[in-house]
Design a binder for this molecule. Structure first.
Ligand SMILES: [Zn+2]
Length: 211
């Protein structure tokens, strides 16, 4: 049987948005954090072919990319729970206003959005164009952030009815199910009347009171 943990990478360039959001997720001993210094960011951007090695990174660039990452995570919440994270749209619009895009037609006649600025602002423009394109081609709605507040990892929902809300059914999904089960069990125990009738005995024989 195919594991649900497989095939969770977004297709095409949308994988870049997923990769950026997933440079930080989880908390405490389950935390995953990649971009903690400007040098880490520079290495990450070069590895993903977003900037040339000669491009310097400033403190402001570092701060803006982390802001874009968290705005994108907030924006992806809509795909999981129907509502954007607070302030994410406004923040993304503010950052995008300094990252202009231009329409360019390819030899095959199809248009693409390209950054009209160099450096890290060009990277932000590139990320915005990927989001825009994914919204048009329909893949955006499947990129989600895990509903577990302590996780918030981005995953690509490959379920047939697009109903996935956990990054992993065996991790965050099963922990959530176990929590709901415990809460129901506690609620049922509290609701049970004190003089409840005897239940079926463990060996399958009804408890019968002696005459
Ligand atoms: Zn998760």
């Amino acid at each position: 049987m195919r594991s649900e943990e497989q095939h969770k990478d977004a297709p095409g360039q949308l994988a870049l948005i997923q990769a950026l959001v997933n440079t930080h997720y989880g908390q405490a001993r389950h935390v995953h954090r990649e971009l903690t210094t400007m040098e880490h960011l520079r290495t990450w951007l070069i590895a993903h072919r977003l900037i040339a090695e000669s491009i310097p990174i400033t403190e402001g660039d570092f701060r803006r990319v982390l802001q874009v990452r968290e705005a994108l995570r907030g924006f992806l919440r809509r795909n999981t729970d129907g509502e954007n994270g607070p302030g994410s749209v406004e923040l993304l619009n503010t950052l995008a206003s300094n990252a202009p895009l231009t329409v360019r037609f390819q030899p095959n006649g199809l248009p693409v959005l390209e950054p009209d600025i160099a450096g890290v602002d060009g990277v932000i423009a590139c990320l915005v164009s990927i989001v825009f394109t994914a919204m048009i081609d329909g893949t955006w709605g499947r990129l989600k952030v895990c509903r577990n507040e302590r996780c918030q990892k981005a995953f690509y929902d490959t379920s047939k009815n697009h109903s996935g809300v956990w990054c992993s059914m065996t991790g965050c999904g099963s922990r959530s199910k176990a929590r709901v089960y415990r809460q129901r069990h506690i609620a049922q125990t509290q609701d049970e009347p004190v003089d409840a009738p005897p239940t079926r005995a463990r060996n399958g024989v009804e408890n019968v009171s002696k005459k």
